[in-house]
Design a protein around this ligand. Structure first.
Ligand code: GLN
Length: 193
């Protein structure tokens, strides 16, 4: 049974812990570099990417996180977590940094101007349609050749879920629904890694 951490600086940590536990994984909150050393994989929750970046920096977690991801630790980011896993962002605040790892450009608050939050039925990874909750969500503007697109959403078939090797990211928040399909998909990735 893999141990999957949830980065617990800010955001909907509890909901991710709950969904991960429901997949049969052992889940625990990660706040300090020593805690990061104890997990096989990491979830980066939804919340606010600017705050998460500042806290990761203040808690000396940014470099350890980058290192673990470079070494191949599986990671899954939802919403703000997707922004944290992007190599490039659009619409960030002055100087905003990410952990990076996925060769993609993510636009913050991309759906925001039309609708702040909404729900949609999307097909995730060819596993059938599921309800997705979007809250001031980013979308993926561009991906490199090594990135697999797992889901798109209206308007305009925007990319909302991607995978690159052992890294997974969604614009939406499966942790806010009872559906554990995306967490199960990630737990499978972790077991296979
Ligand atoms: N708009 C937020 C950000 O830029 C993300 C929103 C969310 O995680 N629900 O970090």
């Amino acid at each position: 049974m893999p141990t999957i951490g949830v980065l617990a600086l800010q955001g909907d940590v509890r909901e991710h812990l709950h969904s991960l536990t429901a997949t049969g994984a052992k889940a625990l909150a990660v706040r300090r570099p020593e805690e990061l050393d104890t997990v096989d994989a990491l979830v980066i929750p939804g919340g606010e990417s600017t705050t998460m970046w500042k806290l990761a920096d203040a808690f000396d977690l940014l470099q350890p996180l980058r290192l673990r991801i470079k070494e191949g630790m599986p990671a899954y980011g939802s919403c703000a977590g997707m922004i944290m896993l992007a190599d490039r962002i659009e619409g960030g605040i002055e100087g905003q940094q990410t952990i990076g790892g996925i060769d993609m450009t993510v636009r913050r608050n991309a759906f925001g101007r039309q609708v702040d939050s909404f729900e949609a039925d999307i097909d995730f990874a060819g596993r059938g349609r599921r309800r997705a909750v979007f809250i001031r969500a980013p979308w993926v503007e561009a991906v490199g050749s090594g990135v697999e697109v797992l889901a798109v959403a209206e308007p305009g078939d925007r990319i909302v879920a991607v995978r690159q090797g052992s890294l997974l990211a969604t614009s939406f928040h499966p942790e806010l629904t009872v559906d554990i399909g995306v967490h199960s998909y990630f737990a499978e990735m972790v077991r296979a890694s």
